[in-house]
Ligand binder design. Sequence first.
Ligand code: ATP
Ligand code: MG
Length: 172
Amino acid sequence: MSAQAAREVPLSTLSPKYLHTNSTSHTSAFSAIAALIDNAYDPDVSAKQFWIDKTLIKDNLCLTFMDNGNGLDHETMQRMLSFGYSDKTAVEGHKPIGRYGNGFKSGSMRLGKDAIVFSRSKSGMCIGMLSQTYLEKIRAKQIQIPIVCIKERNSSGYILLNDNPSNICSAY
Ligand SMILES: Nc1ncnc2c1ncn2[C@@H]1O[C@H](COP(=O)(O)OP(=O)(O)OP(=O)(O)O)[C@@H](O)[C@H]1O
Ligand SMILES: [Mg+2]
């Protein structure tokens, strides 16, 4: 067998620059905001309320979007911050708007360079980050999405999980 034939089929990868490229599909900020509202409305989340606010953190203007729908665990947070994964189905006649697995990424990156997602679900709390600033600082060649999950509260505090949910890194 030749060396060429023995090579594995290469995976397509995503450059961090794609985060900005992808966001340009929103010609206005309003369609970007609509993408975030759609996500909260969709049947997998099914939020009853949605809040939009702005705040200053260390002199940086931040927009905050909050809903009271179903939250995310490590696996669903990873899918949320990845591209093209969407498996929304109708629930009791409530049809989903989302179908491409892209709206959060394009919408959030149209509104800012960095997004942090805080989520609480039955299984605990999860924080995920999609950050162009971070990727530029670490000179990333591909998009990396740090995720930290706090599983549950025990008598001595919270159990912190690192990127791999099966791997408890500290308890305090
Ligand atoms: N506010 C939210 N609360 C909980 N999960 C969310 C929220 N927003 C997004 N998600 C999850 O993240 C996933 C990705 O969202 P995204 O908007 O990128 O794709 P989509 O809604 O599936 O498809 P589309 O690109 O058509 O909007 C969703 O499928 C959903 O599971
Ligand atoms: Mg969506």
